[in-house]
Design a protein around this ligand. Structure first.
Ligand code: DAH
Length: 431
């Protein structure tokens, strides 16, 4: 689904360049993104199509499957880490602009200057200095600088990649950071986070950063892994099988991936690790150690709800979206594929039979029996009571769709007429 930014570690140099101009109307050689104008240059490779995804924020739409997964993960983190009076320790940032500098996306995370993940063929560059973020980790540095110790970063990320059932150039991630002081980590005063005199840039032979004490790293590793296994169980169930795999990220050391066994496959669901101390010190954070993780929402949602194709997340089709309308975000939902042929909608309004015993369910049954399999959805769009006569009328919006062909309006009218006749037969008066 998404390639992790797993890479060898060299030293990255930071560049803090500003190359966006004012908020005025874009000039010919400029691109306007979310209200800001950027100068084009030889690096510019974003397309109008990709720009059109900016600001869509489908992961924030109440009942979108990505939103359900987002809310479940946020709730889990809120519940797992609370202050003494029960309020959450973590802050959530889910509206950060996806336009970031190369410094944010790469340099601040120690990603080497010549690393392949920076290439024009992998990223959507606005110009030499700005790109659409390729991962949510791009915001780590700015939030550390702002003084935050426990936070989640949620949003859309952009990568140029193959396009198939599981790859799409826009997808969504949640990243987390948790910092701890010596006092928060240890009960014993004698222990310390740091190894005296060791260099932040080196790795010890135990696989940890040379500057960290082994006991600090082990306690952090324990909390991180406990947290993430707990999350996997919350999402996929207590019986889930999982395993930890050692990996490499430039921004964490040591680093791991969590794999869960699903549908006869080992599937990697997240990357995590102990944050590079140099990232913390570059951001002005001293005397603290941190863990971080990042995960992709699409992969989790596709497994949880058995959604077979990543493009479905962008569907505006109510045949897709309505399957995720639920009052309980934790309810088990299994996606049922809908036809790829277009929908056709017709409304039907009628006065209810005056004997008073007519319910919407009666109408649904009538429509289902008369309309057979062409009726995909029915929605009550108006319930009206006449102020003088007391008579009630209902208006239903019926969505028709054929599984094997495109329905014409004429086909639909025939069936719609039959439903109309059938409600007349139970005493309704069609308006
Ligand atoms: N940014 C990584 C990716 O997109 C995921 C990740 C790994 C995020 C480890 C982290 C982390 O914060 O600590 O593949």
């Amino acid at each position: 689904m998404y390639k992790m930014l797993k890479i060898r570690n060299f030293l990255g140099r930071s560049s803090q360049l500003r190359s966006f101009t004012s908020q005025s109307k874009p000039q010919l050689n400029e691109i306007s993104l979310l209200g800001q104008n950027f100068a084009r240059d030889d690096y510019t490779n974003i397309t109008d199509k990709i720009c059109s995804y900016l600001g869509m924020n489908i992961y924030l739409d109440q009942n979108h499957p990505l939103s359900l997964v987002r809310q479940r993960i946020v709730n889990y983190v809120y519940k797992t880490f609370t202050k003494s009076r029960g309020n959450p320790v973590f802050s959530v940032f889910d509206r950060l602009s996806p336009v970031v500098s190369t410094n944010q996306n790469f340099d601040s995370l120690l990603i080497p200057k010549d690393h392949p993940s920076r290439s024009k063929s992998d990223c959507y560059y606005v110009n030499r200095d700005y790109l659409l973020r390729a991962h949510m980790t791009a915001h780590q540095n700015e939030l550390l600088r702002a003084g935050l110790n426990n936070f989640l970063m949620i949003g859309d990320v952009y990568r140029r990649d193959e396009i198939d059932r599981t790859h799409f150039p826009v997808f969504h991630q949640i990243d987390a950071v948790r910092l701890k002081t010596k006092d928060e980590l240890f009960e014993t005063k004698a222990l310390s986070i740091f190894e005296e005199g060791a260099n932040e840039a080196f790795t010890s032979d135990q696989g940890k950063q040379a500057c960290h004490s082994l006991e600090a790293v082990k306690l952090m590793e324990y909390e991180l892994k406990e947290t993430l296994v707990g999350l996997a169980k919350t999402l996929f169930g207590d019986e889930i099988q999982y395993r930890w795999v050692d990996v490499y990220f430039p921004f964490t050391q040591p680093s791991w991936e969590l794999e869960v066994h699903y549908d006869n496959n080992w599937m990697e669901i997240l990357g995590c690790g102990i944050m590079q101390q140099r990232i913390l010190s570059n951001a002005g954070v001293t005397e603290k150690i941190g863990w971080a993780f990042g995960l992709g929402l699409e992969r989790i949602a596709m497994c949880l709800y058995q959604i077979p194709d990543i493009r479905l997340f962008w569907s505006k089709d109510t045949g897709f979206l309505n399957q995720f309308k639920t009052a309980d975000i934790n309810s088990k939902i299994t996606y049922i594929p809908v036809s790829q042929y277009p929908q056709c909608k017709n409304d039907l309004s009628f006065w209810l039979p005056e004997n008073g015993d007519f319910s919407s369910n009666d109408f649904y049954d009538i429509a289902r029996s008369v309309g057979e399999d062409l009726v995909e959805q029915i929605e009550l769009v108006d319930d009206f009571k006449h102020p003088k006569t007391g008579k009630r009328s209902h208006c239903y919006r019926i969505t028709y769709r054929h599984m094997e062909k495109t329905l014409t309006q004429a086909d639909v009218n025939l069936v719609h007429k039959k439903i109309e006749e059938a409600v007349k037969n139970v005493g309704a008066v069609v308006r």
